[in-house]
Structures are given as structure tokens and as C-alpha cells.
Design a protein around this ligand. Structure first.
Ligand SMILES: C[S@@+](CC[C@H](N)C(=O)[O-])C[C@H]1O[C@@H](n2cnc3c(N)ncnc32)[C@H](O)[C@@H]1O
Length: 253
């Protein structure tokens, strides 16, 4: 039975594709790739027929997939991977056993590696919350962003749609003051820019760069991840290591 593979393609840099993802992609002649993967994955897509999934309404897309499945396996390149905010769940649900999801490097993993920071550093932070200001606003009854921001929380914000001054103000209200923030734009892609600072100075540091695509006619969410929290600037050393060793890593005597 031919299958549709939803391959976690990472933030956009093809060198972050897993070996399994690369091997399955190589077996598929028909590929659906959201922008900008058709460009950044051009070497791996050579000789294949590449379509942009968002050019289709759902029924047309399903019809096209059914047609392609008669000929062979079909691949979807999933930005990051399926874990958070993936757009393809409706297809996976309809395809059922004829679909397979392949994990990949999420944007949040790429951001952590770029910043060289673990996002839940015991002592500086005790939890990480993944959310999207846009989704919080759309969903009736969802908590406000300021209710999720609190000392000890690392916030990972996808698809932000708020102007930066407004975002910083809401975060300051939740954290009860100034905390570090990083804005990671187009990670692993041409035009990558990462701006770090604090809630008090990030607006000045970013200046007039439109990292959230607020001035563009294209309404698609920008390829920008916001990370907020004390872990971004906290440093730990010998005492932290020895304490963790005593509490967790050392065999019980
Ligand atoms: C539809 S979600 C896809 C998330 C994806 N499933 C993941 O695991 O990273 C799109 C959002 O992911 C983030 N994103 C995706 N690719 C990115 C990149 N290369 N650099 C920074 N943020 C990115 C942005 O917040 C963007 O608005």
C-alpha cells in the first residue's frame, strides 16, 4: 500500500532533516512542500514534482493525493515537525493508516541550540510553556498571555501577531518586571536574524524590522519564534552540577 509521509523537515535547513526523513523523501516522486522549503530543499527535491499544499482547498488536495497514491508514495515536508502547530492534522486524520508521521527538529529545538540554552534550567526556571498569542486570542475562554507569563516560566511563542511594544507590555505585566527575551527570525534559513535583549530594551533593539510580518500583504505568520524567560541569561556552574548529581544522577548508596 502506498503511503503519505508527513516528514518533519526542521526549521528549513536541509542538514537538519533526519536520516529517516531523508530516506523516505528520496522514495517519493510527489512532494508537497510549503514555502520556503521548495527553495531550501532544492537539492533533495531535484527531479521530483513539488506542489505547495496551501494552493489547494481540502477536497482538491485530497483528490490530488488519492491520484498520486496510485502511482507511488507521497511526501509532505512538515515545517519543524508534527509536534506543535503543524497544519496537516486534518489530512492525517482522513488518511488514517495510509499516513505516517516522521519526527524532526522543531523550531524550538533549533532555537535552543542557537542560543545554547536549555529552556528549563532548574534554579532559574521550573517550567516551559509553548503557546501562540494569536491562538490564545482566537480561542474563547483561553487564558490571556499575561496569565501564562510568570517568574520561573520560559515562554515559547509561535506565530506572534502582536506589535512588539504591545507584546513586551503584556509580558512585563505577567512576569511582574523585566526579563530576558530572544527573537529568532528565519532560523536555519537565508536571512536568519536573532535579536536578544530584555523586555525593557527589545523594542529599541529590533528597531523598524518587521519580524512578525505585520506590514506585509501576505497574512501568513512570520517565521519568527519568541523565547522569554530567566533561563536565557542564567548561568550555572560547579554548585549546580554537584547539586544535580547529588539529587538525580548519582546512584543511591
Ligand atoms: C505553523 S507553525 C509551525 C511550527 C512547526 N511545526 C515547528 O515545530 O516548529 C509556524 C510558526 O513556527 C515558527 N517557525 C517555523 N519555522 C521557523 C523558523 N525557521 N525560524 C523561526 N520560527 C519558525 C514561527 O513562529 C512560525 O510562525
Amino acid at each position: 500500500m502506498n503511503r503519505v509521509y508527513f516528514i518533519g523537515a526542521g526549521p528549513g535547513d536541509p542538514s537538519l532533516l533526519t536520516l529517516k526523513g531523508a530516506s523516505l523523501l528520496a522514495q517519493c516522486q510527489a512532494v508537497f512542500a510549503p514555502e520556503p522549503f521548495e527553495e531550501t530543499f532544492v537539492e533533495l527535491l531535484r527531479g521530483k514534482t513539488v506542489r505547495i499544499p496551501f494552493d489547494f482547498y481540502f477536497d482538491e488536495l485530497l483528490e490530488k493525493i488519492e491520484e498520486l497514491l496510485i502511482e507511488g508514495n507521497v511526501a509532505f515536508l512538515v515545517p519543524g515537525d508534527l509536534t506543535f502547530y503543524a497544519p496537516f492534522q486534518a489530512l492525517i486524520d482522513v488518511l488514517g493508516d495510509r499516513s505516517e508521521a516522521v519526527p524532526g527538529v522543531g523550531t524550538v529545538n533549533a532555537a535552543s541550540a542557537y542560543l545554547k540554552k536549555t529552556l528549563d534550567l532548574p534554579g532559574a526556571c521550573n517550567r516551559a510553556v509553548i503557546t501562540s498569542p494569536r491562538i490564545l486570542e482566537e480561542e474563547k475562554g483561553a487564558p490571556a498571555l499575561r496569565d501564562l507569563a510568570a517568574p520561573g516560566v520560559t515562554l515559547l511563542l509561535y506565530m506572534n501577531h502582536l506589535p512588539l511594544p504591545q507584546l513586551a507590555e503584556q509580558l512585563r505585566a505577567g512576569y511582574g518586571g523585566n526579563v530576558p527575551i530572544a527573537i529568532a527570525h528565519r532560523l536555519g534559513l537565508p536571512g536568519q536574524e536573532v535579536v536578544t535583549g530584555s523586555l525593557d530594551d527589545i523594542v529599541d533593539r529590533v528597531g523598524d524590522r518587521d519580524f512578525f510580518n505585520l506590514e506585509n500583504k501576505n497574512r501568513r505568520p512570520a517565521l519568527t519564534l519568541v523565547i522569554v524567560g530567566e533561563t536565557l541569561t542564567a548561568t550555572v556552574g560547579k554548585a549546580w552540577w554537584d547539586d544535580r548529581r547529588d539529587k538525580i544522577w548519582k546512584y543511591r548508596s
